[in-house]
Design a protein around this ligand. Structure first.
Ligand code: BGP
Length: 473
């Protein structure tokens, strides 16, 4: 593939993880339960051991150094720092992350720290309903203040991971049984946006040199046909699933199509005096994008039955059920793309398309905060993991990312998901994402031995050549 534009020398070649997915020790060393840990799929591994990073963190950072990472994205678990959600600080939690940051700095690996990766302290859920109450904004701000005070040397912060996914993935949030679900989601979304804005403002005050932004999971929508109804359905799906959040973060506004839809359906959130001014005043420095796939949508009549997204959890049967919004859109499979075992559409060109789309609309630097493929990796007789599927996936996506940069999109870095095998939020240890294999499965934690996969060597070459290796292949 002929691509001329080189990656800038400052490009942050990285990889990502999140706390509850790798650390383990989820109810020990002063940490308490989080909402996402409580709601984890019980058919798979629980978060008590995960990848054993709480014990193996030094070995893991040695591997990051060997890989040549320029940046590492990880999250700090709120219930490890503030076991009661607020108030008393768990010093052991502070030291754990302090040591990680110090070792990363020693190896010149830039830390990119996610403040909130789905792990609301369960005690706050029980006390006042978590994200359904404005009380959470004050507690979240307190958590941010602790982080900014304790870790002032972090240059890049991510406020909230995948705010958009609370609309899709039921296990990330808890909802009250007696309030209509959709109504709750939009209320929570508004409250979460306010919390994000407060974090941005606090960061500006306390750490004026640091950069801060959200990390949004985005699935661009394509029309199933050129039928005008389907084209409009794709636009509306993008409005409701992507631009609702992007416009709030970037412009401090509800876009008119979305707001009218909410009002017509009695779903509009409570907006208090001053809310929109706070949101508008907190423009991020950059946007983090988690990209895994694109989606096809078509128009569906208002009389159709409402459907929620049902994931293929086991990677065995083709049993994904796409969600819909009657009268607006319904999801469908794309006949032109390959799929992962878990039915996720593999679409590298969609990545370039999305990056162009976002940059044209918002003119803001982008950091890829997640991109990767879940596979069933096996250790072969030679004690190796030949994960060619991952290499192909990442190579193609990085080539498209490079083309997007050539198109003019400003991209600061690329955090592959994930650095090491970890607990997949939907499918436990069966579904692996890492460059480093962790020898355990869902039902036996074994010795948690780390083994470098073929993709480790491939990424090492990519980083060492500052991307030239992608072009030469
Ligand atoms: C994103 C999350 C990650 C990770 C990834 C893969 O939504 O931010 O935490 O889990 O998706 O998803 P899964 O593990 O469900 O395959």
């Amino acid at each position: 593939m002929q691509i001329n534009k080189r990656f800038p020398d400052s490009f942050l070649w990285g990889a990502a993880t999140s706390a509850y997915q790798i650390e383990g020790e989820h109810l020990t060393h002063g940490k308490t339960l989080s909402v996402v840990e409580k709601n984890m799929n019980s058919n798979y591994a629980d978060p008590s051991v995960a990848s054993g990073h709480y014990q193996h963190w030094e070995e893991d950072i040695e591997l990051m150094r060997e890989l040549g990472l320029k940046a590492y994205r990880f999250s700090i678990a709120w219930p490890r720092i503030l076991p009661n959600g607020r108030g008393e600080i768990n010093q052991e939690g502070i030291s754990f992350y302090r040591h990680i940051l110090d070792k990363l700095k020693a190896y010149q690996i830039e830390p990119i720290v996610t403040i909130y990766h789905f792990d609301l302290p369960q005690c706050l859920q029980e006390e006042y309903g978590g994200w359904s109450s404005r009380k959470v904004i004050v507690d979240f701000e307190e958590f941010c203040e602790v982080l900014f005070t304790q870790f002032p040397d972090v240059n890049y912060w991510l406020t909230i991971n995948e705010q958009s996914n609370m609309f899709q993935l039921p296990y990330l949030m808890e909802f009250a049984p007696d309030v209509p679900l959709e109504k709750q989601k939009y209320e929570m979304n508004h409250i979460m946006t306010l919390a994000h804005a407060k974090a941005v403002k606090l960061c500006r005050e306390m750490l004026p040199e640091a950069k801060i932004g959200p990390a949004l999971g985005i699935i661009p929508n394509y029309p199933a046909t050129s039928k005008p109804e389907d084209v409009l359905a794709a636009r509306h799906a993008d409005d409701l699933r992507t631009y609702l959040f992007m416009d709030l973060y970037m412009k401090g506004e509800y876009r008119s199509f979305v707001w009218n839809y909410l009002v017509e359906n009695g779903l509009e959130p409570t907006i208090e005096r001053g809310d929109m001014a706070i949101i508008k005043s907190a423009k991020p420095d950059f946007i983090g994008i988690n990209y895994y796939q694109s989606r096809v949508v078509k128009y569906i009549s208002a009389e159709a039955e409402k459907k929620e997204l049902k994931l293929n959890y086991d990677g065995e049967d083709d049993d994904t059920q796409f969600d819909n919004i009657p009268g607006i859109f319904e999801g469908a499979a794309n006949p032109y793309t390959d799929k992962t075992r878990w039915d996720w559409e593999i679409d590298p060109i969609g990545f370039r398309y999305l990056l162009n789309e976002l940059y044209d609309r918002y003119h803001i630097p982008i950091m890829i905060t997640e991109n990767g493929i879940g596979t069933l990796d096996q250790v072969t007789g030679d004690q190796k993991i030949h994960d060619q599927e991952r290499i192909d996936f990442l190579n193609k996506h990085l080539q498209q990312l490079q083309l997007a940069m050539k198109d003019g999109v400003e991209i600061w870095g690329y955090m592959a998901w994930s650095f090491i095998d970890l607990l997949s939020t939907s499918s436990g240890f069966r579904k692996r994402y890492g460059f480093v294999y962790v020898d355990r499965d869902d039902h036996d934690v074994k010795k948690l031995e780390r083994i470098k996969k073929d993709s480790f060597t491939w990424y090492q070459e990519v980083i060492a050549s500052n991307g030239q290796y992608l072009i030469d292949r």
